[in-house]
Design a protein around this ligand. Structure first.
Ligand code: NAP
Length: 488
């Protein structure tokens, strides 16, 4: 193994973090971690049991009072130090992410920087948690408002952004004064464990963050939902699992934040700058090989430019080198596993069998790893799986439309509502369309919307709540109203 890969793997913890101790799972069970570019097992981490999860919540609940009472400035300093440590160790963290998740090193470096920014942003927010004091309209009473931490949280994250999805929850939770049990995805536990270690080195007290890695997420987390000490669930992942966990959380009326799946439309009007639109399409489609909730899933292009756009996108996508993310110049890594690649294969095959024209790609290369060629399809019939399903792969189906209303009806014709992309040089049209789109975010002549200082989140089946920006910390705060009788 090349030294840089060995160094990154050696530095990553593989045990559970509970109450400030790195512990094996009860019973000593281990969970293998695979490199999706080779299919080889590269590490083994502790495979937690329900008893380990209970111990993690016990530790979080035990630490809650002291952490909530810790001076905001101190909470801020811990987050700031964690930001600095992540930045200093960016190269090892990026390598670790590429090994366990597959994305090219350049994208892993960008994710580590993005992930660290959540610690920096929420370090700055920790000292700005405001209350309010008002004279009630009648004049006799006073209204005092205070914001307090929600309490111990369960944070569940997916594999596609192994570092950023963890820090986007940990940053605001810790800034608000909440403690947490973090459960990362089983395919990518190493990045989350490495970040947890950084937090402990940054001075986070014992028990404030606990991490359980497991191959049995349902069995291991179910008892936590019944425990009255758990106050909140923050989940990022599929709509299917999110809605199941929302039902579980409803039993004890837990606070919930849900960042779920997407089916983003990418709309190009005939007046758009096509160079910018193709560049944006590459970003919106190909970041993470299409395995992003924000990935452009459906391309709607106005008829006069539809053919040219599809051909230019196809030419650009077919030039992207595919390979193991550790290799220089690789732009497209493998998909996460055989199941995900199988899903992409069947979506493309179904569209092709129903008459879609494959302009480029359309197959999985031979050899080890879960690769799929960057693929563009034109003349795609309505109603195929590519239009109704979150593809999560490097596949761009292109449809054409005539007028704004047709584009909007197609864009909004889905149960998802995370993000949409619009390309136009007409300012009036830009605002009209942005207002009419049923999504939590709109990229206007931009193929990427993620920004730690902005509220990220969706509507409809894409979730509830926002992460990042000023809104992000509100998810971890309760508003308390104190009614004061004027006695003076
Ligand atoms: P997933 O299958 O829903 O899993 C997400 C997390 O939930 C993982 O940690 C998973 O653990 C855990 N989980 C699964 N079943 C569970 C259960 N019964 N109880 C408790 N936890 C459970 O999603 P994924 O495949 O990892 O991620 C891809 C999905 O995430 C896509 O739909 C994508 O759009 C969405 N996503 C959304 C955003 C956003 O901000 N809106 C961001 C990134 C990704 P295991 O790994 O052990 O299964």
């Amino acid at each position: 193994m090349p030294p840089a890969e060995a160094r990154a793997l050696d530095a990553a913890p593989t045990a559970l973090l509970i109450g400030g101790e790195w512990l094996p799972a009860r019973g000593g069970r281990l969970l293998p971690v695979e490199d999706p570019a080779t299919g080889q097992v590269v590490a083994e981490v502790a495979d937690a049991s329900p008893e380990d999860a209970a111990a993690a919540l016990e530790a979080a609940a035990g630490a809650q009072g002291a952490w909530a009472a810790t001076a905001p400035r101190r909470r801020s300093e811990v987050l700031w130090t964690a930001y600095e440590l992540m930045t200093a160790r960016a190269e090892d963290l990026a390598m670790l992410m590429t090994i366990e998740m597959g994305k090219p090193l350049a994208e892993s470096r960008a994710e580590v920087a993005y992930a660290a920014e959540f610690f920096r942003w929420f370090s700055e927010e920790a000292v700005r948690i405001a209350g309010d004091y008002r004279v009630a309209p009648g004049g006799a009473n006073r209204v005092l408002l205070m914001r307090q931490p929600v309490g111990p949280c369960l944070l569940v994250t997916p594999w596609n952004f192994p570092a950023a999805m963890a820090t986007r929850k940990l940053g605001p939770a810790l800034a608000a004064g909440c403690t947490a049990v973090l459960k990362p995805a089983e395919q990518t536990p190493l990045s989350a464990l490495a970040i947890a270690r950084i937090l402990t080195e940054a001075g986070l007290p014992r028990g404030v963050v606990n991490v359980i890695t497991t191959s049995s997420p349902g069995e291991v987390t179910a008892p936590l939902f019944r425990d009255r000490r758990l106050r909140k669930l923050s989940f990022t992942g599929s709509t299917e699992v999110g809605s199941h966990l929302m039902a579980a959380a409803s039993e004890r009326v837990l606070r919930v934040s849900l960042e779920l799946g997407g089916n983003a439309p990418f709309i190009v009007f005939a007046d758009a700058d096509l160079d910018t639109a193709v560049e944006g399409a590459l970003l919106a489609k190909m970041r993470n090989a299409g395995e992003a909730c924000t990935a452009a899933n459906r391309f709607y292009v106005q008829a006069p430019v539809a053919r040219e756009f599809a051909e230019r996108l196809s030419a650009a996508m077919s030039k992207l080198p595919v390979g193991r993310g550790t290799e220089p110049d690789v732009k497209v890594g493998p998909l996460i596993d055989a199941a995900q690649r199988g899903k992409v294969v069947s979506l493309v095959d179904e569209a092709a069998s129903r008459g879609a024209r494959i302009l480029s790609g359309g197959a999985a290369p031979a050899g080890p790893g879960y690769f799929y060629q960057p693929t563009v399809l034109a003349d795609v019939p309505d109603g195929v799986g590519l239009s109704t399903t979150e593809i999560f792969g490097p596949v761009a189906p292109v449809w054409s439309f005539e007028c704004d209303e047709e584009a909007l009806a197609a864009a909004n014709g889905t149960d998802y509502g995370l993000v949409s992309y619009v390309y136009t040089r007409d300012l009036g049209r830009a605002f009209r369309v942005a207002e009419a789109l049923e999504t939590g975010m709109v990229g206007l002549n931009r193929g990427i919307v993620s920004d730690p200082s902005a509220p990220f989140g969706g509507v409809k089946g894409s979730g509830i709540g926002r992460e990042g920006g000023e809104a992000g910390i509100e998810e971890y705060l309760e508003l308390k109203y104190v009614a004061i009788d004027k006695t003076w």
